[in-house]
Design a protein around this ligand. Structure first.
Ligand code: GLN
Length: 317
């Protein structure tokens, strides 16, 4: 164990989680993503908040066991895994670490950067990161990825076949991004096969509790605090938290860090995973999104937790 849990006392955290859920439930703005048809069916009222401490303590409020497709939050785990495999210098050079300031599916961000991806937390960099995973072919890469995601969660994760099929029929833009990267010599593998693995990784079913356990694993130097499994190295966690901080909420990443002050990553199904290094992982699920594609209640409840539990990494008092 690299770190030890140092959040406030158990009952204070418990109360803060209940309060964060209650106070954010009334936020009625935002709308459920519909560019992937299967996502449009999500129940907008589902709302779960879960904190898992690095000593394994679990605090939950609301729908912490409601399942949803992980979507862009998967980018965090793939990056940690690829980083662990290819190492710091290769991942930095191949993928990039700076924010794009553009939407998650931006093509301009590639064009303006000379054909090079800018960071792994948006689609272009995430697809290029999936291409760095070990494995002789797409089938092996998928197995390695599925196994690692399950170890991050501490349980075997299932593919949401409906979401996968629906997204596979509507991901022309991601295919175009992969072809564009190929044209710049930035992909060493067959582009459409990689988009398929990427689409599957986005379609794995998780809960807010799973996101919190995954976050706690990243907070704990790569050791899952519930199962004690060593999933990735501490160095891979450090690198992953840095890119989450610069780019985890797309074009709103600066505002997020300014207001909340901890690394986070959102996805279009309404999940947010946040990490308090050394202390805890936080998972939130609520489908209505703001216009950048970030969960409205997710952001609100995380802002509350950060404030009352003193989580902001930039605060010195
Ligand atoms: N699977 C989605 C896509 O690639 C993920 C996007 C997201 O969650 N922002 O379009």
């Amino acid at each position: 164990r690299v770190f030890t849990g140092v959040l406030p006392a158990w009952d204070r955290v418990e109360e803060a989680v209940q309060d964060a859920h209650r106070r954010s439930s009334s936020a009625a703005d935002g709308s459920v993503a519909d560019y992937i048809p299967a996502l449009a069916n999500a129940d907008p009222d589902l709302f779960g908040v879960c904190v898992v401490e690095t000593d394994g303590a679990v605090h939950g409020a609301g729908d912490t066991d409601a399942a949803f497709s992980i979507q862009s939050v998967s980018k965090v785990l793939t990056y940690a895994l690829a980083s662990d495999t290819v190492g710091h210098d290769v991942i930095a050079e191949r993928i990039g670490v700076n924010s794009t300031g553009q939407s998650f599916d931006s093509v301009m961000a590639i064009e303006l950067n000379g054909g090079h991806t800018m960071n792994p937390m948006v689609n272009a960099g995430a697809i290029a990161t999936t291409a760095l995973l070990p494995g002789a072919d797409a089938g092996e890469r998928w197995e390695i990825l599925h196994d690692a995601f399950s170890r991050f969660a501490g349980r075997s994760l299932e593919l949401d076949e409906d979401v996968y099929r629906s997204e596979a029929e509507h991901n022309q833009r991601n295919m175009a991004i992969a072809r564009l990267l190929e044209s710049y010599g930035r992909l060493d593998v067959e582009p459409l096969e990689i988009v398929d693995v990427y689409t599957k990784q986005c379609s794995l079913r998780v809960t807010a509790r799973d996101l919190a356990v995954m976050g706690a694993t990243l907070a704990d130097g790569g050791v899952n605090p519930v199962t004690d499994d060593h999933v990735v190295s501490p160095e891979a966690c450090t690198a992953t938290l840095a890119v989450m901080a610069t780019s985890g909420l797309y074009e709103r990443s600066g505002e997020w860090l300014f207001e909340i002050g901890i690394p986070g990553k959102s996805g279009v199904s309404g999940g947010i995973l946040a990490v308090v290094p050394g202390k805890a992982g936080i998972g939130v699920y609520s489908p209505p999104l703001d216009d950048a594609g970030n969960s409205v209640r997710g952001q609100r409840s995380l802002a509350y937790l950060s404030r009352v539990l003193g989580l902001n990494l930039f605060a010195s008092a």
